[in-house]
Design a protein around this ligand. Structure first.
Ligand SMILES: Cc1cc2nc3c(=O)[nH]c(=O)nc-3n(C[C@H](O)[C@H](O)[C@H](O)COP(=O)(O)OP(=O)(O)OC[C@H]3O[C@@H](n4cnc5c(N)ncnc54)[C@H](O)[C@@H]3O)c2cc1C
Ligand code: SF4
Length: 426
């Protein structure tokens, strides 16, 4: 008899689980969003829209880029991808292995990372197209002894034209996103149902037996032998809590803050984002043109082509929560202190570049790496199954990560989802 599995979500974790499980199971992927559509407007059009004054609130971005969803808290703007490919469609393609915290609790993902190397093209080929200001910033970071590294990227970056539009959707099909895994699952027989928002898991006699999902006005129950939740760090905890399974108030999000300056003809908006990365204690620094601040931050008044910015991405304290009714996530004192240190460092780098401190502007704090509300523990290193979950229910997304990384998590989530799938298929 063919066993059935439901995978909820088609982002980094969900698409991986669907690809790994199809065959051992007949997989059905339930995806809340629709087909991803990139934003095709040209930069001059985007500048005109910005100047029109119509862009008042970050949540409006959904009108022009439907896959990008925004939640707001008093301290920050949270960015999330809804649709096939999840948040990976909005990513900048960075591919860093970040499993130190998982290894610390006894989860060795070497085999999975080796598989990933065979399945996803990863390179630093974009380096050949760096603009002079990026090369200079790289040299400055080297001179400061900060060991900058060209960022490994997922995709065929020898074809990258450096248009700088990664977060709006790659027009060249260069950047890898999880739709490639999803397609492989579908080619092997998996079923994909879009516009299907899972609300809760049905549990009978201590086992998960299916999910209740909303499609338009209709509610429907899907039954299966295994359920794999991969709706992302903001949605998976809500589905779990709706199903009577508590989560931990350990939401992290990796807040981002950009330090920007006017630099005539910088053209950073037309270059691969995050071309290199500097690792610091608790944060990273990387050159980045911040579209959200460019659109919505009133202080961010410079023309796109004349803006040069450094991004700080912080490993925030694991304090915060989301439920059906509320989202609580603030910057703690430690977060603010680390952000302050990082701003000072960026100011120093930009000063050495030739920019005066008084000419710098800070962007909007935004964050796009939610996770951590059902963190794996050492006791679960073999089962990959939290004790509070009923039998036959697994989680395979950023919700499992024990700590914030302040670093790109896709590669690590893919590796984790592979391991969860392996255990779940046994
Ligand atoms: C602008 C931006 C750039 C980024 N760049 C990088 C990068 O370069 N490298 C990197 O490693 N990381 C990057 N990230 C982070 C990375 O994309 C995410 O951390 C990662 O995709 C999370 O994987 P996930 O499987 O947990 O969730 P997601 O990829 O978000 O997938 C969740 C899926 O579940 C679906 N879903 C949600 N709710 C439901 C529901 N109720 N029912 C059914 N389906 C549901 C969603 O539509 C989505 O398909 C970036 C994030 C942002 C916002
Ligand atoms: S810079 Fe442009 S071509 Fe290169 S990966 Fe990003 S969106 Fe694609």
């Amino acid at each position: 008899m063919v066993r059935e599995a439901i995978v909820v979500g088609s982002g980094a974790g969900g698409a991986t689980a669907a690809k790994e499980l199809q065959g051992a199971f007949q997989v059905t992927v339930l995806e809340a969003g629709r087909e991803f559509r990139r934003l095709s407007w040209t930069l001059p059009t985007l500048e005109r829209v910005r100047k029109s004054g119509l862009l008042l609130d970050e949540r409006e971005i959904q009108a022009i880029l439907p896959a990008m969803r925004i939640h707001k808290t008093p301290d920050m703007v949270l960015v999330n991808g809804i649709g096939t490919g999840g948040t990976t469609t909005l990513s900048t393609g960075n591919a860093l292995r970040m499993d130190r915290d998982l290894r610390a609790i006894g989860i060795d993902l070497d085999v999975e990372f080796q598989e990933i190397e065979r399945e996803i093209p990863i390179s630093t080929a974009h380096q050949a197209r760096w603009r002079p200001h990026t090369r200079r910033l790289f040299e400055i970071c080297q001179e400061m002894g900060m060991e900058p590294r060209p960022t490994p990227k997922m995709g065929e970056y020898e074809r990258c034209v450096g248009c700088g539009r990664c977060v709006l959707g790659c027009p060249q099909g260069v950047k890898w996103d999880s739709r490639r895994f999803l397609q492989q699952a579908v080619d092997r027989g998996a079923r994909l149902i879009q516009g299907c928002r899972v609300e809760r898991v049905t549990i009978e006699g201590g086992r998960a037996t299916g999910v209740v999902a909303r499609q338009g006005w209709r509610r429907r129950t899907y039954r299966a032998d295994r359920i794999i939740l991969a709706a992302g760090g903001l949605a998976t905890p809500v589905i779990l809590q709706n199903s009577g399974i508590p989560c931990e108030s350990r939401l992290f999000v990796d807040p981002v803050l950009c330090v920007a300056a006017r630099w005539d003809g910088a053209l950073q908006c037309r270059e691969v984002p995050m071309p290199f990365v500097v690792q610091r204690n608790g944060y990273i620094v990387s050159p980045y043109f911040d579209y959200l601040s460019f659109f919505f931050n009133r202080r961010w008044v410079r023309p796109a082509r004349d803006t040069l910015a450094l991004m700080i991405k912080l490993a925030d304290e694991e304090q915060g929560t989301i439920s059906r009714r509320e989202l609580r996530k603030t910057l703690t004192d430690r977060d603010r202190q680390r952000l302050g240190e990082a701003v000072e460092l960026c100011t120093d780098i930009l000063r050495r570049f030739g920019i005066q401190a008084q000419d710098l502007t800070l962007g909007t704090v935004n964050a796009g790496h939610p996770g951590g509300m059902l963190p794996l523990t050492a006791d679960e290193a073999t089962t990959m199954h939290a004790k509070r979950l009923p039998a036959d229910l697994y989680v395979a997304d950023a919700t499992l990560l024990p700590h914030s990384m302040g670093n790109p998590p896709i590669l690590t989530i893919v590796a984790l989802a592979k391991r969860v799938s392996r255990v779940c298929a046994q």
